[in-house]
Design a protein. Sequence first.
Length: 269
Amino acid sequence: MPYATATDGHRIAYQVRGRGTPLVLLAGQSNDHHWWDAVRGDFEAAHRTVTLDYRGTGDSDKPDQPYSTEGFAGDVVAVLDHLGAERAHVYGTSMGGRVAQWVAARHPDRVHRLVLGCTSPGGPHAVERDRAVRAALAGADPAAVRAALLDLMYTPEWLAAHPGPHRTVGDPAMPAYARRRHLLASNRHDAWDALPRIQAPTLVVHGTADRFNPVANAPLLARRVPRARLHLLEGARHAYFEEFRRLASPLVLGFLDGSAGVAGPSAGG
């Protein structure tokens, strides 16, 4: 297991598979690299895929100290440095999309193309999930919370055909303090002022039925990031990249190789 050393000395575990142009895949909140297990193979014929375990997850160090999406972005850059990768494509989903925003805004020379999936700009400009969703996720019964989370991730029809295990509902080995710190990091994200500094051609992808991170955030990002294109996947929930992989993976691959264009906001499914 290779490790990069972050600027504060903590070890960040990362994983490399495939061949070709580096593609960094960034997972959602409280998840390690297994978030990408179901679809990672879709990208490996054309790209050297790079995942990492956020601090607090997987095989990375788990310091009990404040985390932030900006700090996670610094860890991503530490991984690229350790790999000797001067530039890479970056594809972040959910909180990973928030981290990707900082990587692209703060380190424009390191990002070739950027994909922001099921994410938001954070802060006062973001559209928050509704009260019913917040209440379901804050419940006292762990089984009920997990069921609510799965319902936000996938359609009932897909869940009936795919009973699991599901790798998008959190790293089960995370310490409780790290889960809290991940939640705070994601909740405190606000990259609105930094988004216009993104120079990489950008694709924003979102499911139209996403209630976990409301789809209204997608056009906000597409308008705020220069040269961004918007693509909406009809009927998809938060884990669009897995349930709708037959649409989503070719869409992202086409964008990364330049065949999908970046001429401005559009929608399709």
